[in-house]
Write a protein that binds this ligand. Structure first.
Ligand code: FE2
Length: 132
């Protein structure tokens, strides 16, 4: 389980709110995982995917609006994560085997999420807040 209060806050409210929502979605998926409910995990991952698509698009729109210099680097990272998430959902859909996504769910995604918030998102939010 991810504890939102242990994650870094960034300088833009919409980002913090979205991050809180992402934490709720991830924790819900983990609950379904513990119940070994493959369909519910799959549905949860799709909600997370939708959330990420919308949230990343919002961040990217703000970055373009304020001509954030490392825009491409940040966007590439978003694109990579969306591709990875899509692969995980396809894998679960094909194999119906929760054990194959355990590492992604409990380790890879949460680790990436915390690091992304602490680095790229923090820098981006600070830049935009200063230029608003
Ligand atoms: Fe981001």
């Amino acid at each position: 389980m991810i504890n939102f209060s242990e994650l870094p806050l960034v300088a833009l409210d919409f980002m913090n709110q979205d991050h809180q929502h992402a934490v709720d979605l991830i924790n819900d998926i983990e609950k379904q995982y513990e119940l070994a409910d493959v369909s519910a995990v799959e549905a949860g991952l799709k909600l997370l995917q939708e959330h990420c698509i919308e949230h990343f698009a919002h961040e990217e729109k703000e970055m373009r609006k304020y001509s954030f210099p490392p825009y491409q680097v940040h966007k590439q990272e978003h694109d990579r994560v969306l591709m990875e998430l899509d692969m995980v959902i396809k894998q679960l859909n094909n194999h119906r085997d929760l054990s194959k996504i355990l590492g992604y769910l409990k380790n890879e995604f949460p680790t990436w999420f915390a690091q992304h918030l602490a680095t790229m998102d923090r820098m981006t939010a600070q830049f935009i807040a200063m230029n608003m």
